[in-house]
Write a protein of this length. Sequence first.
Length: 391
Amino acid sequence: MAPRSTSDADAMSERKLHPATRVAHALDATDRATGALVPPVHTATTYARGIDYELPDKWSYGRPDNPTVETAEAVLRSLEGGAGALLFGSGMAAATAVFQILKPGDHVVAPQVMYWALRKWLVETLQPWGVAVDLVDMTNLPALAAAMRPGKTRIVWIETPANPTWVVTDIAAAAAIAHKAGAVLAVDNTAATPILTRPIEHGADLVMHSATKYLNGHSDVLAGALVAARDDGTWQRIVQARSEGGGVLGGFEAWLLLRGMRTLVLRVREASRNAQAIAEHCQGHPGVVQVLYPGLGNDPGHAVAKRQMSGGFGGMLSIRVKGGRAAALAVAGRLRLFRRATSLGGVESLVEHRASIEGPTSPVPPDLLRLSIGIEDVGDLIADLDQALES
């Protein structure tokens, strides 16, 4: 049997319960058939019809929708305060779905500092389709305003804090600029999560997550998500694009994601506390040239981050190591608790040399190490960093 209906989830959300309560209960997604507190996994790809060929419920085929997927979507929609949510097979599938509704001649504005794979896709795949792309410094609001082409600009995409330098964009100001030109503002909220930032409350029209990261939080699911502020024509084109393109998440993966979101609040709080302590510890360290973290009072984006983030500044930070590329790689090689791996947002701490991952054309400084801070004891993590830097 299916989990409880979307209307039940909406009623739970409307009570204005704290996010920690809503996710812990998965919006009360108790199985109607058995009373099980853990929602079931639906793996069926097709559903039986009655003798009159009518469907007993809404589901027909697994490509457009799935009951387990819809349960996880309801939780995420509630967390972000949106009107609709969609899950995809990866973060890139979710992000590119937004741009695939565009037509030749349309124009997109995106950040200079952003997730490298999406930047590469915008330049190497979207532009040859006839969509113009401008990459601007999103912290420079006059530059953003100057890049707009009224009547042509359809999407303004921002990422805040932005990977891997964690610069902060003013969501409300960017929304005002986008809307004045008739464009939609889409926000990659992967690093902040809806626990720390709810972009829709600041004027965003679309919110994107690489759900592989914090939403799942256990490094065992590949998933992406979109949340819409309104169920309008733009959103319905995205819904249609996912249905026709087949990018829906599988039932088991959605179940794992739902399991992960139940502890999202606890994990984000702990990772944020750890990251703040580590960033403060690394400031002034003789082996560190610069700490990039919006939670630091001297960070250029701190004031904006403080205004639009609540409860912490996230679990992601970067350090620039004294001695350049060779020294940064050596520090990464000496770390014992931090695992040398890509991705972020899991319970374990990771270190990544972004310039090596992105290749020779990467704009990332070669001395930069990206740290995804987990939920381990912060004293152990600091000791690990100290021994690697001091060696």
